[in-house]
Design a binder for this molecule. Structure first.
Ligand SMILES: Cc1ncc(COP(=O)(O)O)c(C=O)c1O
Length: 311
């Protein structure tokens, strides 16, 4: 991928919104979105659909992940001659479902539909090759898996989509060439953060993306194997490596996710995210390159203790 096709944005949310702001969609047009998208790739389109008169169709989630073929068939059935954009998450933040991104992009391309792949959870984790994936838009944040600073992110725009993509912020200090010359005149920027973003990527590139991906996967597999041995744990993430990656989401008995989170942090030094509500509630662990098998075991020990003693 050429730097000519990249914009340095503030985060994935902004990148996604630059797409929904930058495409000229009107009444009669339709956008198809995955239900498990982040609000920046779901509510953002819904809001703009109301404003500009286009329709938003939401593809429901099947959980646990039904496999790439079934996912493809569901999306295929949702596309119509009116569909202009297909937006989905490469790896969902909810339960870590890995979507068949390359195949979905191909399907959309064959129908003349633009694709927005939300890469917030794949960028910096997976060995993503955009030339192979062929999305029209791919978004990411520096502060997630790349371990960079906050307030920097990226948006890739394919050459084919660039002619249909309008800048939505027009200010001073554009880039010197490529897409940044026309679409990145975003005013004064946080240059140290942008330099930090570049350094974080350089650092990870020195380690090697395949190694990072392998390590995170290996830790997540060990975690899932351990969780499946615990009575009372309900794993929301599918253990099949074709359907998941390094985001592991699960429910521990009927324990309150926030109390469990606090107990794991205070007693075990383990940091997790929580998911409340009735849709696949529980906690989420996302092991990365810097984690160890000993930490996975410590997390499993803490969860086992919580199951036995409560929180
Ligand atoms: C899939 C996905 N998309 C978008 C975002 C938004 O990222 P940011 O807050 O960096 O804009 C997140 C954040 O959790 C996410 O998981």
């Amino acid at each position: 991928v050429s730097p000519q096709d990249l914009l340095i944005t503030r985060n994935t949310s902004e990148s996604n919104n630059l797409v929904s702001n930058g495409l000229d969609l009107r009444t009669g047009d339709e956008v198809v979105l995955f239900a498990d998208n982040h609000p920046s790739n779901l509510a953002a389109w819904q809001q703009k659909g109301k404003r500009f008169g286009y329709t938003v169709k939401v593809v429901p989630v099947t959980s646990p992940h039904p496999g790439a073929e079934a996912v493809l068939r569901t999306f295929e059935a949702a596309l119509t001659p009116k569909t202009r954009v297909l937006g989905f998450s490469h790896l969902t933040s909810t339960v870590g479902d890995l979507l068949p991104a390359k195949e979905l992009c191909r399907l959309a391309r064959e129908r003349g539909v633009l694709t927005l792949v939300d890469g917030a959870q794949s960028f910096g984790l997976m060995d993503v090759d955009l030339a192979d994936l062929q999305p029209d838009f791919y978004s990411g944040s520096a502060h997630k898996w790349p371990c960079g600073p906050k307030e920097t992110g990226v948006l890739y725009v394919s050459k084919g989509a660039q002619g249909r993509f309008w800048p939505s912020v027009i200010s001073a200090y554009p880039g010197e060439s490529g897409l940044s010359a026309t679409c990145e005149a975003l005013g004064q920027r946080d240059e140290p953060a942008i330099a930090g973003f570049a350094e974080a990527l350089r650092f990870q590139s020195r380690i090697g993306r395949p190694l990072i991906e392998k390590r995170a996967r290996e830790l997540a597999r060990a975690l899932m194997d351990g969780l499946r041995r615990l009575d009372g744990v309900r794993l929301w993430t599918h253990p099949d490596p074709e359907r998941s990656h390094a985001i592991v989401s699960f429910q521990v008995g009927s324990l309150d996710p926030a109390k469990l989170q606090a107990a794991l942090y205070e007693k075990d030094g383990i940091v997790c995210a929580t998911r409340t509500g009735s849709d696949r509630p529980g906690i989420r662990l996302s092991p990365h390159l810097y984690n160890t098998h000993a930490e996975v075991d410590r997390a499993l020990g803490g969860i086992q203790r919580a199951l036995a003693q409560g929180v």
